[in-house]
Design a protein around this ligand. Structure first.
Ligand code: SF4
Ligand code: F3S
Length: 108
């Protein structure tokens, strides 16, 4: 089991999640973060920190594609352990559906 970052992180990227992770398993792109599935110890504390409610346990149905995406990209993205400055327009993107398609130009 792992926790997983889902669509609503994209372009919100609040980063409140990274500082509470005891095993530093968040990895960063310009627009979103992922959790390395093989490093997450399922503590669940990050889920409570995300203002965008983008972090879910992978026990919820339909999240397999997000776990697979995280496993694919985490080795190629830099590790992040300190909260940075969220995008200035983060609030405008909060709750917009289908952000992955818009940002990455493909569906998951
Ligand atoms: Fe880190 Fe715990 Fe969140 Fe996993 S569930 S990413 S170990 S804070
Ligand atoms: Fe993303 Fe939420 Fe963390 S928006 S960067 S998963 S606090």
């Amino acid at each position: 089991m792992t926790y997983v970052v889902t669509d609503n992180c994209i372009r919100c990227k609040y980063m409140d999640c990274v500082e509470v992770c005891p095993v530093d398993c968040f990895f960063e792109s310009e627009t979103m973060l992922v959790i390395a599935p093989d490093a997450c110890i399922d503590c669940g504390v990050c889920e409570l920190e995300c203002p965008a409610e983008a972090i879910k346990p992978d026990s919820e149905p339909g999240l397999e594609k997000w776990v697979a995406f995280a496993a694919e990209v985490a080795p190629h993205w830099p590790n992040i352990t300190r909260k940075g400055e969220p995008p200035a327009d983060a609030a405008d993107w909060d709750g917009i559906p289908g952000k992955f398609q818009q940002v990455f130009g493909r569906s998951l």
